[in-house]
Design a protein around this ligand. Structure first.
Ligand code: CTP
Ligand code: MG
Length: 216
């Protein structure tokens, strides 16, 4: 009933390791393997697609050797990477996940699977800090932090609807940072948010590395 698309075709430039951050090793396992293994062990996922760039293809194939995954070549942007994989999905629902988020929480996944029967759905995190609008190092305005969440992955969709949303985004030349925003804007349909586990961080900075090394 479900497929998952795990994105690993980025370059990890902000972390500046000199190689793709999803290949960073924590406790004998790469960051990418944590999510790949989770989804391979959940039998409701019939297909696990791993999206990789051409440069890393051989290396990632070696790292995931013997695991039942399907490789898809990514694109220049995250959006292009997702679109390439979406074309291969043939289950009713598809989960889309950043390979750079290795901390997967079963209860979060279960809630996503349940909610998608009625609505698209994304994990999200509330903010603890105050939020302000700024310009040239000056605060211009305050906004109510209760109105804000940070969107995370996994996000889950009805496959034919998210594919339609992607087709429209391509046709309209619209770009988005994540799939929930694309879906909501292109189809004008609701996306339900579920508060994710607080360790569901996306490896982006050195601080993230330190946290993940402690919790994985
Ligand atoms: N990603 C992808 N294809 C791209 C760009 C990103 O599959 N063209 C994936 C990354 O591998 C990552 C996820 O999308 O798992 C989230 O992207 P991000 O955290 O921005 O990773 P990178 O693009 O690799 O990092 P950076 O932006 O620092 O270069
Ligand atoms: Mg990026």
């Amino acid at each position: 009933m479900f497929s998952v698309i795990i994105l690993a075709a980025g370059k990890g430039e902000r972390l500046n390791l000199g190689y793709n951050k999803v290949l960073y090793d924590i406790k004998g396992k790469t960051i990418l393997e944590y999510s790949v293994d989770y989804f391979l062990n959940d039998s409701t996922f019939s297909d696990v697609f791993v999206v990789v760039n051409e440069k890393d293809l051989l290396h990632i194939k070696e790292v995931l050797h013997g695991k039942n995954v399907k490789f898809v070549l990514g694109g220049i942007t995250r959006q292009a990477s997702v679109y390439n994989a979406l074309k291969k999905v043939n289950t009713k629902y598809v989960m889309i996940h950043d390979g750079a988020r290795p901390f997967i929480d079963k209860s979060n996944i279960d809630k996503l699977k349940e909610t998608v029967k009625d609505n698209a759905c994304a994990l999200a995190k509330k903010t603890v800090d105050s939020i302000a609008i700024h310009s040239f190092n000056k605060i211009k305005n305050y906004v109510n932090r209760e109105s804000f969440v940070f969107l995370q992955t996994p996000q889950v969709f009805n496959t034919s609807k998210i594919t339609k949303a992607y087709d429209l985004a391509i046709k309209n030349e619209n770009t988005y940072c994540d799939d929930a925003s694309l879906y909501m804007h292109e189809l004008q349909e609701d996306v339900i948010i579920i508060e994710g586990n607080e360790f569901n961080i996306k490896l982006t900075t050195e601080l993230d590395l330190k946290i993940l090394e402690a919790v994985l």
